[in-house]
Ligand binder design. Structure first.
Ligand code: UDP
Length: 379
């Protein structure tokens, strides 16, 4: 295949790469070659079935598809159906279970009160008013100014420290914006989001459908270097991290990574929900996933076996998950970006290349936009 000349070479088979491949092949009739470092498709969204329990799980952590972007929703529904799953998260502290994000139920249970929404808001405002004019914009100050010290210490501090491996004062406030406090009993994790679900046939099926066109070829176990043996006619689209591409010339970008420990249980249901968070520092894992709950519509949901997956957060493992978006790393990334922009017939994007905490729908949206710019250039 090394004398095969594609029109476009795409590095990486996550959403960014495969959506672009699909558009380029189906709309512009281009020949696309995707190369993938791993032995499977789908990046960190990849799902597979555990042979023993027959339960499908997301190999790189539970992924809930959620979006309010109509374009993205219409687009992705051409490649999969979704079930009616609605994500809910619980948090376990001293063996007591609370709702997350913090809502009226969490507040009332935690403070042993029976507040109405207005009363709860007043109660929390009383705790936070002295922190409203916080000086430094960081995760901890932001969190305390929103929810007060007690709730912060119980639900957020330990979890955040375990997940990011840094003191929350060293983290950007933007991370906290992902889970605002609620003064209602609504426990839908993605309350603001219009559409939500898990692909009925698993994530991997979406990726297979995206690259069905015979003009799209994929090669696994292939790392990319700038002198890669296959040169495309028009363009290379790179979706990996920019630091390794450019030989770490400005230093390594830092990532949090995840490790998983699998346990099989001979019982129908272990924890009654898909994800249970464990904020206490004395528990080394951050959460326990029980993937059968993602597909209550499946026959296997009723079986007398369950797979549970404990999640541990680690720094800079081989597999990057979450960018550590602090000032240092952002400066480094900016330098890499400027450098990568100089490479001829080369483009890049997606979570790894952009060093960004993208949800799946944001990645798909970015790929669809990129397609529009590319199409003008290579038509
Ligand atoms: N977080 C927390 N306690 C929790 C859940 C989340 O402190 O029980 C914080 C933590 O800092 C985390 C951030 O909120 O990184 C965003 O949470 P989200 O659930 O969006 O993270 P993801 O599901 O993307 O890992």
């Amino acid at each position: 295949m090394s004398n095969y000349k594609p029109d476009i070479l795409i590095v990486g088979s996550g959403f960014y790469g495969t959506v672009l491949a699909e558009r380029l092949a189906n709309v512009l009739n281009k020949k696309v070659l995707i190369i993938e470092r791993r032995k499977h498709i789908g990046g960190n969204c990849y799902s597979e079935t555990d042979k023993k329990t027959n339960i499908e799980y997301h190999k790189y952590g539970t992924h809930i598809f959620h979006t309010s972007n109509q374009k993205v929703w219409d687009y992705i529904n051409r490649f999969t159906e979704f079930n009616n799953y609605r994500h809910q998260v619980l948090s376990n502290i001293k063996n007591k279970v609370y709702q997350m994000p913090i809502n009226l139920e969490t507040i009332n249970t935690f403070f042993n009160k029976n507040f109405s929404p207005v009363e709860a808001e007043k109660f929390i405002n009383n705790k936070t008013k002295k922190f409203k004019n916080y000086k430094f914009k960081n995760f901890e100050d932001k969190a305390i100014s929103q929810i007060g010290k007690e709730l912060y210490n119980a639900f957020i501090k330990g979890y955040t420290q375990k997940q990011w491996g840094k003191k929350p004062k060293k983290l950007p406030e933007s991370i906290f914006n992902r889970l605002p406090i609620r003064f209602s009993y609504n426990e839908d994790y993605y309350q603001q989001t219009q559409y939500q679900g898990i692909p009925k046939n698993g994530y991997t099926s979406i990726f297979k459908n995206l690259i069905k066109n015979k003009n799209i070829k994929i090669k696994f176990n292939q790392s990319y270097k700038l002198n890669y043996k296959i040169k495309p006619k028009f363009l290379t689209i790179y979706t990996g991290p920019l630091d390794s591409l450019l030989n770490y010339k400005f230093g390594k970008l830092e990532w949090r990574s995840l490790k998983f420990k699998y346990e099989k249980k001979k019982l129908k249901d272990f924890q009654g929900t898909a994800v249970m968070n464990y904020p206490e520092l004395k528990k080394k894992y951050t959460r326990i996933h029980e993937p059968k709950h993602l597909h209550p519509e499946r026959e296997v949901f009723k079986s007398n076996a369950s797979l549970i997956i404990k999640e541990f957060s680690v720094l800079n493992d081989k597999e990057p998950y979450y960018p550590i978006n602090d000032e240092n790393n952002r400066i480094k990334h900016r330098k890499y970006k400027l450098e990568a922009n100089k490479i001829k017939n080369f483009d890049f994007g997606g979570r790894l290349a952009d060093y960004a905490y993208y949800d799946m729908d944001m990645t798909i949206s970015a790929a669809l936009k990129k397609f529009e710019t590319i199409r003008k250039k290579i038509k």
